[in-house]
Ligand binder design. Structure first.
Ligand SMILES: [Zn+2]
Ligand SMILES: [Zn+2]
Length: 358
């Protein structure tokens, strides 16, 4: 294989093209031809420098591609062969423990795709590249080849929808869910909840800035609440005759009020999932702990995506039930990767999901 083009983060807001030799594979690793790479808020912070990296890296931690070459041990462990399409969760395990041996989440991961420095051989660790290296501790998951690559690149955000909106809440058919925040992951929670038969799903957002996201939420079957004009908690309680919802997920970044609202609208015995980060050291004044105890609420914090979330996301993508053209609003070529990242947070772009397609 000739060398591969990649975009290397060399400083704040600076992605430079560079070529890397494609490594040969041993018994226990692989190389993948990247077909698409999803982008999330983390990429925005990596590009700006808000999340520091240990030297130059090839960003991109939501990659989809085809196995180009693979060693026999890796092929057996991951259950994939040359030509198979895979999605690659970001985390890279140690590659030697019992969990890694069966492709399960490693208790001692060594890094993440998109964050390992290019100085660490073979350099091609990120998804903003024509080729990505899969280490012994990577955990690529097969996805059917009828799922178009940009659609498959939704695996990470949909995985979060299942992990947070369904797994962490215990949501099932007939249940009700309130989702605070209509970003990528809030919308993914809606889709996941509806796919397991949730009876009613409420979504909050800012009627102006989030108009396109709230429109999609409504099309997905959610009841949307514009918090610029409406008190979300009052509205949800009124809509449920005071009963509240079985579970609530706060996905909003920065804002603390939705945490209080999520607690308030959740019925006794229900579950409140905290997913939106508020900033280091930030506290949420006004939480009445007696209220949590007396109403026997479960409050759970979540990060990233668990294995069950990835499995459910892949199954839903393969089923064809994801309106991918509504989610993937933009895609860009590899050398426009910086524009792709900027587009995700450009208010004039009305983006929902953005992909890089090498
Ligand atoms: Zn991400
Ligand atoms: Zn391990």
């Amino acid at each position: 294989m000739p060398d591969a083009l990649a975009m290397v983060l060399t400083g704040p807001d600076r992605l430079d093209p560079a070529r890397f030799a494609v490594p040969g594979v041993g018994a226990d690793d692989a190389v993948m031809t990247v077909e698409a790479c999803g982008i999330c808020g983390t990429d925005v912070e990596v590009l700006s420098g808000a999340i520091p990296t240990r030297g130059p890296v090839i960003p991109g931690h939501e990659a989809v591609g085809r196995i180009a070459a693979i060693g026999p041990a890796a092929a057996a462990r991951w259950g994939v062969g040359v030509g198979d399409r895979v999605v690659v969760p970001a985390e890279i395990g140690c590659g030697t423990c019992a969990a890694c041996a069966v492709g399960a989440p490693c208790p001692g991961p060594v890094g993440n795709h998109g964050f390992v420095p290019t100085a660490t051989a073979p350099g091609l660790w990120g998804g903003f590249a024509e080729v990505m290296y899969l280490a012994p501790g990577s955990t690529p998951l097969p996805i059917a080849t009828h799922v178009e690559p940009r659609t498959a690149a939704l695996f990470n955000l949909l995985g979060a929808g299942f992990s947070w909106g369904v797994g962490a809440t215990g949501l099932g058919a007939g249940d009700t869910l309130a989702v605070f925040g209509p970003g990528q992951r809030g919308l993914a929670c809606v889709l996941a909840a509806r796919s397991v038969g949730a009876r009613r799903v409420f979504v909050t957002g800012l009627g102006g800035r989030d108009a396109h996201r709230l429109a999609l939420a409504a099309d997905l079957g959610a009841e949307v609440i514009d918090v610029e004009t409406t008190d979300a908690a009052d509205w949800i309680l009124a809509a449920t005759d005071g009963a509240g919802v079985d579970a609530a997920v706060d996905t909003t970044p920065g804002a603390v009020e939705p945490v209080l609202d999520a607690i308030r609208v959740t019925r006794a015995g229900g579950t409140v999932v905290l997913a939106g980060l508020k900033g280091p050291g930030r506290t949420v004044p006004g939480i009445a702990t007696d209220d949590l105890a007396l109403r026997r609420l479960t409050v759970r914090g979540v990060r990233a995506v668990d294995a069950a979330g990835f499995r459910a996301a892949i199954a839903l993508l393969e089923s064809g039930a994801v309106p991918a053209d509504r989610f993937v609003t933009h895609s860009f070529g590899l050398t426009d990767a910086a524009t792709a990242v900027h587009t995700l947070v450009d208010p004039t772009a009305a983006a929902i999901a953005v992909t890089v397609v090498p």
